[in-house]
Design a protein around this ligand. Structure first.
Ligand code: HEM
Length: 487
């Protein structure tokens, strides 16, 4: 039969399918606006109709979700329906009602699928299912392990300081944002994989992977809305993806480097014995620890490692940059910090241990009354927006009362908020908090004890960012002259 003979039936089929889809969309929108269990909550009509309203705002209009949420709260009050199944709360007290040790609410798959790492425990929406894999590696991030391995952070900091000296000697200011991103990327890779991607050795900190992470960031927002894009990234060969989007090169190099290491380990697990310290694969593949569970597959190892790298690099890098930004913009803080460093670290060649630094009242003190409200690290964590995402959670089927308001249960509603709680709370809170703190104390001490840091006034930073789970800094990066100090 000739193809053209089929055409009318194709057209008819397309017409019927199109009309059916349109009718379904229309009926769904009517249900969402008038009959949905969340229909009595305030919010824009478009948001109540369809999730594509949010997609339109974020993808077509380029609005940052963080800004949009603020705007909607100003207009509609403390509780806003930001998509058919999604509520956002602006009352800080709600945070503790959602994220706490008792609540084991699921993460929202519609959101977390955006990471394209379904096999990782971070993306696993069900707490009980994520628990085992998280437990396998949690020991590697314990306070004791981090303290014992702090020399790994120090050696990365030595490289960072060397690069800052070289850039200063060449009369250049340094990109503090990229510098700390390279530092934290090399540190997390060393910790987790005993492998370093040498981001700090790239000229002026233009690390291929670090820049690749920034470039790939908007894809997280895209994948939130489109399963097609998730599928493309997962299934297309890397060489083809690089042709479609050459900017993804850094991201692809990174994924391939992890894959190659995983393949070698699965071929010959003895190579893990060469690592100078325990690495994640040893823990994840440990037969005794996996008793009663299946041994992770290559894909699971790949997803776990990608997520750990992403979770442990950008967050620390952007928090450190924020600390330096506000310290430089507050001369009194800068001076007090430099003086405190000098007394805690009198001989330049003998840097103090993390345990000494974390007790310093001005750098960070749990006793706020001693340090005043500006203890640098605590205040930075309050100001930084290292994870601006809403961290959506599904209200359990029995429903919940949040801030005195009854929220219907089931997969139809979720509640989110993210204020002043940098590492989140409850069973899905940050696994890397000890590592993050250790990196922050050491990095700020090294920077402000070893250098006189001054912002480059010809390139004033504006910290403009947009939300893609992580903040994407779109404006001028923080640049500073880092002049080495003598004894
Ligand atoms: C200043 C630095 C950091 C901040 C502000 C931060 C913040 C957070 C937040 C808010 C969450 C909750 C995410 C969610 O609910 O979806 C989280 C989870 C997580 N973080 Fe961090 N993080 C930091 C550093 C690190 C580091 C260094 C690592 C090291 C690997 C790490 C590993 C993780 C992991 C694996 C999770 C997922 C936990 C789970 O789902 O059970 N983070 N972090």
């Amino acid at each position: 039969m000739h193809l053209f003979l089929l055409l009318p039936s194709f057209q008819l089929g397309a017409l019927i399918t199109g009309s059916a889809l349109l009718l379904y969309g229309l009926l769904r929108a009517i249900y969402n606006v008038f009959f949905h269990p969340l229909s009595h909550f305030p919010g824009p009509r478009g948001a109540a109709c369809t999730r594509w309203w949010l997609a339109y705002k974020e993808l077509c209009r380029g609005v940052s979700l963080a800004d949009l949420r603020m705007e909607l709260h100003q207009r509609y009050g403390d509780i806003v329906r930001i998509s058919p199944n999604e509520l956002h709360f602006a009352r800080p007290t709600v945070y503790n009602e959602i994220y706490n040790a008792q609540n084991k609410w699921d993460k929202d798959y519609n959101y977390y699928r955006a990471f394209d790492a379904d096999e990782s425990f971070f993306t696993q929406t069900d707490y009980l299912k994520s628990k085992h894999s998280r437990a396998l590696i949690s020991n590697l991030f314990s306070r004791k392990t981090i303290s014992d391995l702090q020399h790994l952070i120090r050696s990365r900091l030595e490289e960072l300081c060397d690069a800052l000296r070289t850039q200063n000697a060449a009369g250049k200011s340094s990109d503090i944002y990229l510098g700390f991103q390279c530092f934290s990327a090399d540190t997390i890779a060393t910790f987790c994989f005993s492998k370093c991607f040498n981001q700090l050795s790239f000229p002026d900190f233009h690390g291929d992977i670090v820049e690749g992470v920034d470039i790939a960031m908007p894809a997280v927002t895209l994948r939130k809305f489109s399963k097609v894009f998730v599928w493309i990234l997962r299934n297309f060969p890397p060489s083809l993806l690089m042709v479609i989007s050459p900017t993804l090169k850094g991201y692809m190099i990174f994924r391939k480097a992890l894959k190659d290491q995983i393949d070698s380990i699965l071929r010959d697990p003895r190579i893990m014995d060469d690592a100078p310290h325990r690495i994640i694969y040893r823990e994840l593949l440990n037969p005794a620890a996996n008793k009663g569970h299946s041994i992770p597959t290559a894909l699971q190892l790949q997803h776990e490692s990608e997520v750990l790298f992403a979770a442990g690099s950008h967050t620390v890098g952007s928090t450190l940059m924020t600390a330096v930004y506000y310290t430089l913009r507050t001369p009194d803080v800068k001076q007090r910090l430099a003086l405190e460093m000098l007394s805690a670290w009198p001989v330049l060649g003998q840097p103090p241990d993390y345990e000494v630094l974390e007790k310093l009242p001005f750098l960070a003190s749990p006793l706020f009354f001693l340090a005043g409200p500006t203890a640098v690290i605590k205040e930075t964590l309050r100001l930084a927006i290292s994870v601006p995402a809403g961290l959506p959670r599904i209200v359990p089927p029995s429903g919940a009362v949040l801030s005195g308001v009854k929220i219907p249960g089931g997969p139809e509603s979720k509640a989110l908020d993210n204020w002043l709680v940098s590492f989140s709370k409850g069973p899905r809170s940050c696994l890397g908090i000890n590592l993050a703190y250790c990196e922050m104390y050491l990095a700020l001490a090294y920077l402000f004890r070893r250098f006189d840091v001054r912002e480059d006034e010809d390139r004033l930073a504006d910290l403009k960012w947009s939300e893609h789970f992580l903040p994407l800094f779109e404006g001028q990066h923080l640049h500073a002259y880092c002049k080495p100090l003598d004894e």
